[in-house]
Design a protein around this ligand. Structure first.
Ligand SMILES: Cc1cc2nc3c(=O)[nH]c(=O)nc-3n(C[C@H](O)[C@H](O)[C@H](O)COP(=O)(O)OP(=O)(O)OC[C@H]3O[C@@H](n4cnc5c(N)ncnc54)[C@H](O)[C@@H]3O)c2cc1C
Length: 484
């Protein structure tokens, strides 16, 4: 496609390197404009101090600075993309609008409407693969169907990559920078957070391309130990790159290329290949969502929709206690405190808290999923839905329904010294490593000597795990009857 004038619409791809749409626009046209739209449909319902908006806002500034260094600039608008983008395309007189593909069902629908609106004005809409290494139809079973089990999917994914290494090739931008449309002299300054209706504040982690790269460089130094360290929430064992992957401030190809190089030259130890597997989980869940969009509202396995979750005022109270970290199970409460205060939760703890909500409290996974969606800085529909359905056993390749995490033994195993709990539940800081995982088992006078009174300083457990486990097995028995 050759054009004189094009517009790249940035969405969840906030970077100016190794960028499929930007590369295509710059190689096919000699006047490339760039736009980001603060989508009022997404932003209006958010709290005014939303951490993700602060991250996006800082990343937009970094993107604009990089585009200016290259000779272009970022136009920033606010409103409904379906109105703003066609209007801007007309104002600039571009022949095409280019984007990096977004696979979430609502985004797919919006992009289909965008293509129609632009076509009605005689303009093209081009959507390119960028966010994943392989899309939903690129890694298939021998029968040419989608996988529903992770390990064979991963093996097929790796095999396909080995046969098509060019899939990881970078989409360079710098060398075509002369094709950027230069910023007009009267280009307005980027809007402040207040101007888009949000409270001022710092992003929750280093934002933008340089933030992502600094975090990745730091992780690369620790990657060899990832396989061991990744399960311990008190340790700095994981990359924390999920927010950058969510908003595209880093490139998945760049991450996979680096991990593979480190596997090949031995510098990544065993950690690099374990980490690569996690990146493949991300694509697995993206594929599941794209192939089975019913998972947004229903269980992946229909038989599990017969489960009767707890409801009513008692369930609402249990749910509120879980959200606020008042369950009486220290590891669960510490994890919820981390989520509420920072917007991050360690993967092990996402599994523990999701299991606790669904299998100890008997509450529908969809309620927990929505709470995570509200709070997580890295919230992403595919991975969040996949993670929740895994923990609730309703998903594909999920935890078997009769396997129920014991929140105390998880705590003893993955926070053995209680460091994580002490950081996030200071009321228990004086307890020893032996006492901290289940304070209700400690004699009251021993607790009192340490300044802790249960029911005053820290709650009694909401449920007794053994009894809750029994109720869950009964609740899930319906699956045994309904399943073929
Ligand atoms: C109930 C539940 C909800 C979750 N919700 C989300 C979510 O909304 N957004 C999100 O990005 N991840 C989600 N995850 C997956 C995982 O917990 C996070 O990706 C991870 O904790 C992010 O930390 P990190 O970047 O340090 O991960 P690392 O361990 O460094 O992993 C590297 C990258 O691999 C991907 N990844 C790792 N584990 C998984 C996984 N289990 N599933 C899919 N991708 C994975 C992420 O992109 C991550 O950044 C969820 C998991 C569970 C169990």
């Amino acid at each position: 496609m050759n054009m004189s004038n094009s517009l790249v619409w940035f969405r969840r791809d906030l970077r100016a390197f190794d960028h499929a749409a930007l590369h295509r626009a710059l190689t096919a046209s000699n006047r490339v404009h760039c736009v980001f739209v603060y989508d009022s449909g997404i932003l209006d319902p958010l709290p005014r101090d939303d951490r993700r908006v602060r991250f996006i806002h800082a990343s937009i500034a970094s993107l604009d600075a990089e585009l200016r260094r290259l000779g272009g600039h970022l136009i920033v608008r606010q409103g409904r993309p379906l109105e703003v983008v066609p209007a801007l395309a007309a104002e600039l007189g571009v022949e095409a609008v280019l984007v990096c593909a977004d696979y979430e069902p609502e985004a797919v629908e919006r992009d289909a409407q965008m293509a129609e609106r632009l076509a009605a004005d005689g303009r093209k809409f081009l959507s390119l693969k960028d966010q994943v290494v392989f899309e939903k139809d690129e890694v298939l079973t021998l029968a040419k169907g989608p996988f529903s089990v992770f390990t064979p999917y991963k093996n097929a994914w790796l095999k396909r990559l080995a046969s098509m290494p060019e899939t990881l090739a970078s989409y360079p931008v710098d060398q075509y920078a002369h094709n950027f449309a230069p910023p007009p002299l009267d280009a307005p300054a980027l809007p402040s957070l207040e101007e888009i209706g949000f409270a001022p504040g710092e992003p929750p982690l280093p934002a933008g391309m340089e933030g992502a790269e600094a975090m990745f460089e730091d992780f690369v130094r620790r990657i060899a130990d990832y396989g061991r360290a990744r399960d311990f929430p008190a340790q700095d064992g994981t990359s924390r790159l999920s927010v950058h992957l969510r908003f595209g401030t880093t490139s998945i190809r760049h991450l996979v290329r680096t991990a593979r190089q480190m596997m090949e030259n031995g510098a990544g130890g065993t950690g690099a290949s374990v980490w690569l597997s996690e990146l493949i989980w991300r694509e697995f869940y993206a594929m599941i969502l794209a192939r089975h969009p019913h998972v947004v509202h229903q269980s992946f396995k229909p038989a599990f929709d017969a489960i009767e979750w707890e409801s009513g005022m008692d369930a609402d109270e249990l749910f509120a206690a879980w959200c606020e970290g008042r369950t009486g199970y220290p590891l669960v409460d510490a994890a919820m405190a981390q989520l509420n205060r920072t917007g991050f939760m360690h993967n092990r703890l996402r599994m523990v808290t999701a299991s606790f909500l669904t299998k100890d409290l008997g509450i529908d996974w969809r309620r927990g999923e929505r709470y995570f969606a509200l709070k997580l800085n890295d919230y992403e529909l595919a991975s969040n839905n996949g993670g929740w359905q895994w923990a609730a056993s309703t998903g594909c390749d999920a935890q078997p329904w009769f396997r129920i995490f014991n929140p105390v033994s998880q705590s003893q195993r993955f926070d053995a010294h209680g460091e994580f709990i002490r950081e996030w539940v200071p009321a228990l800081a004086s307890l020893s490593a032996k006492e901290i995982h289940a304070p209700w088992l400690v004699a009251q006078d021993v607790l009192a000597d340490k300044g802790v009174v249960l029911g005053r300083d820290y709650p009694f457990p909401l449920v007794e795990h053994g009894a809750a486990r029994k109720r869950t097995l009964e609740r899930f028995a319906v699956v045994k009857k309904a399943a073929p």
